[in-house]
Write a protein that binds this ligand. Structure first.
Ligand code: ADP
Ligand code: MG
Length: 449
């Protein structure tokens, strides 16, 4: 069955991913509708669960002809390659004692214990948001209420939000802390309406001491949810409870957000997280490596950090890949190994040697506009043109997909990117000024590399 499944999987994913992730798997057991596959380590397990579980389940299901659930178990040491670099060859460093974990062994149902302040690396890009978060956790509802944290995808908003909850609970064990994403809030609301449970819903959300609401931009355009959140907000705020929200946009750039909510968000403190500089990326990488007992030489950390875009989630993904590859092949992590593992990803980018961030920067400089304006919802003619130019150049120079570009330029729909691309192309046929301008930017971007 596994042989059969492997063939199916092989056709669905790239050769390199297949060799890295699927080849090392061994069948631990297959029975009825449950298959267990053994993997070399926890890193590997997490990565597979997140990225390949469905592909594998589908393949096993179709080769057995019935629905099969797949899970992963970690191999015993004896099954592993003895030279494995990611296995704890180094003596484990004494783990920092984390107060909330020792004093409160009880696991909070909605907080992620890994997202603590101890594990958050502070650099100039996130220093302000970090300081505000610590202040709020130490003295809830005292200084900044609400605290509004905004920043791009994968820059640490959810991590900070959780850290606030963890620290608050370690200082005030009786505090009722609730972490909820705006999407979960909406889903719960819908269920409560449908099953006549609104009193319970209100009871729950209006008796919180510290409400941590993630990804508030999600409620944009959802009127009933905004209405309910508005009342929740007022009740909590009036009774001196702390509210923290995160968003991928600045309040005034969230489209279709009611004015009264927007103004509430502006009552407190608005703190941004910017993309990290290379030093912070290296520090984060080294910390994650250390936490997972992986030895990363500095030149390697530098190489990875300078090739990862500013997204920290991506940086972590690279590390997982590298560690897994090293553990499977039994090779130590050095520059050669890293180049080999990341070659596909980096080649795509190096083709033109230009990243989205660089394009954005170049366009904003040339047009004398702020990057935040280009990413904003503003309909101002100059800004809109600069935005379309950015999308056009991103498509042309990085070859990224339309949805990817849309995501990066302030969370826009892929159809907006396609539209921008066509519009600029059309305009280029007649508008020689635009043509020169774009050519200038392009030359400048390519020369730099
Ligand atoms: P966001 O919610 O902004 O999309 P997350 O908080 O989910 O981003 O962060 C993505 C990943 O990057 C998480 O695994 C998180 O632990 C990690 N991360 C982000 N910022 C930092 C940081 N400053 N130090 C350590 N890890 C970080
Ligand atoms: Mg998040």
């Amino acid at each position: 069955i596994w042989e059969e499944s492997i063939k199916i999987i092989k056709e669905k994913i790239s050769q390199q991913n297949f060799e890295t992730w699927i080849r090392p798997l061994k069948v631990a057991s297959i029975e009825n509708n449950h298959a267990s596959l053994s993997v070399p380590n926890k890193f590997f397990k997490d990565w597979l669960t997140e990225n390949y579980r469905e592909v594998i389940s589908e393949a096993v299901s179709s080769s057995t002809g019935k629905e099969v659930l797949v899970d992963f178990v970690i191999m015993q040491d004896s099954e592993k390659n003895p030279r494995s670099a990611a296995s704890p060859a180094r003596k484990k460093k004494t783990v920092e004692v984390q107060p909330q974990e020792t004093r409160r062994p009880k696991v909070h149902p909605t907080l992620n214990p890994n997202y603590s302040f101890e594990r958050f690396v502070v650099g100039s890009s996130n220093q302000f948001a970090h300081a505000a978060s610590v202040a709020v956790a130490e003295q809830p509802a005292k200084n900044y209420n609400p605290l509004f944290i905004y920043g791009g995808v994968g820059l640490g908003k959810t991590h900070l939000l959780n850290a606030i909850g963890l620290l608050s609970m370690s200082i005030y064990p009786d505090m009722n802390v609730v972490y909820v994403s705006a999407e979960e809030f909406m889903n719960e609301l819908i269920l409560s309406i449908r099953f006549d449970k609104m009193p319970q819903f209100r009871e729950k959300f209006r008796n919180i001491d510290c409400l941590l609401m993630d990804d508030i931009q999600f409620i944009a355009g959802k009127e009933r949810t905004q209405e309910e959140f508005f009342h929740t907000f007022n009740t909590l705020h009036d009774s001196g409870k702390q509210i923290v929200v995160t968003s991928d946009k600045f309040p005034k750039d969230i489209p279709n957000l009611e004015g009264r909510l927007r103004s509430r968000f502006e009552w407190g403190l608005i703190a941004d997280i910017q993309p990290p500089e290379i030093e912070t990326k290296i520090a984060i990488l080294e910390k994650k490596a250390q936490e997972n007992n992986i030895l990363i030489p500095t030149n390697v950390a530098y190489y990875i950090s300078s090739h990862a875009e500013s997204n920290i989630r991506e940086l972590e993904g690279f590390l997982v890949r590298i560690a897994a590859y090293s553990s499977v092949t039994g090779r130590i992590i050095d520059l050669d190994l890293v180049k080999e593992v990341l070659k596909d990803i980096i080649k795509q980018r190096d083709n033109d040697g230009v990243t989205f961030e660089e394009i954005l920067k170049a366009v904003s400089a040339k047009c004398n506009l702020k990057i935040s304006d280009i990413k904003s919802q503003s309909k101002n003619k100059n800004i809109a043109l600069a935005r379309q130019m950015t999308m056009y150049l991103a498509r042309k120079l990085t070859g990224s997909s339309f949805p990817d570009i849309g995501e990066k330029i302030g969370g826009r729909d892929h159809s907006t990117v396609i539209y921008a691309n066509n519009k600029i192309r059309k305009q280029l046929e007649t508008d020689s000024k635009l043509k020169t301008l774009l050519q200038d930017i392009e030359d400048q971007l390519l020369k730099k590399n």
